[in-house]
Design a protein around this ligand. Structure first.
Ligand code: HPA
Length: 235
């Protein structure tokens, strides 16, 4: 069995798949956090693995960056491999004044400059939402771990190097917590496919204040967030 972008055997993925953009992070999650992880796919060097967390079968698959790349992996995982819970794990640049480096942002909803959800939704504006059950599970796990978690709107942009600095004023005025590049597309795909999705993001930089984590802080902060997400989805 295979799809254009995944060459795993039938049944090779768990019902819950963590989706980091970075393939190196996918391998790190599999080899350093999951138990007995086995690689199940590697088309274009984009690795997928299945292992266990606290006895529950969990998979992880890199998606690449941006809505088109994330959406195609999400779609093929659901349609061809029966995946039911799509869990993006990544980073975001903060726009909110009260958001700090290292905070965990849960994207309850995702606004966007992308047109993909209008393409999916007859030209109308889809409210791109996370699964309430997944948000509750991850928020509970974050509370148990004593982590600072912010739950609200994010903005999924098609342009990392955005040409309009006024965008970030606008986002801050509308209470948008952070900027990333996938959640709105993932939520639109999940809605169209009838499955659950969530995006959980470590704040790696603050766009308004020009702050950024060191590579060491990034790695440590991400691991703490990943453990919380795994506890949440395995609960
Ligand atoms: N913009 C878009 N995506 C991001 C950023 C950013 O500043 N930081 C982390 N992911």
């Amino acid at each position: 069995m295979s799809t254009p972008h995944i060459d795993a055997a039938a049944g090779a993925f768990a019902d819950t798949v963590l989706l980091p953009g970075d393939p190196v992070r996918a391998r790190h999650i599999a080899t350093q956090l999951l138990q007995d992880a086995e690689q199940v796919s590697n088309v274009r060097d984009m690795p997928g693995f299945t292992g266990h967390w606290r006895g529950r079968r969990i998979s992880v698959m890199g998606t690449g960056m941006g809505i088109p790349s994330c959406s195609l992996y999400a779609t093929e995982l659901v349609r061809e491999y029966g995946v039911r819970r799509l869990v993006r794990v990544g980073t975001c640049g903060a726009t909110g004044a009260d958001v700090q480096l290292g905070d965990i942002v849960v994207a309850l909803g995702a606004s966007t400059d992308s047109r993909v959800n209008r393409l999916r939704f007859g030209g109308y504006d889809l409210a791109a939402l996370a699964s309430f059950d997944l948000v509750r599970s991850v928020a509970d796990a974050a509370q148990r771990a004593g982590a600072r978690v912010r739950i609200g709107n994010v903005f999924s942009t098609d342009l990392f190097h955005h040409p309009d600095p006024a965008l970030f004023d606008l986002l801050e005025r509308h209470g948008v917590l952070g900027v990333e590049m996938e959640a709105a597309g993932l939520y639109g795909a999940a809605a169209a496919l009838g499955v659950e999705a969530i995006a959980v993001l470590a704040v790696s930089d603050h766009i308004r204040r020009g702050e950024a984590m060191t590579p060491q802080q990034r790695a440590t902060g991400l691991d703490a967030m990943l453990r919380i997400v795994l506890d949440g989805v395995a609960a």
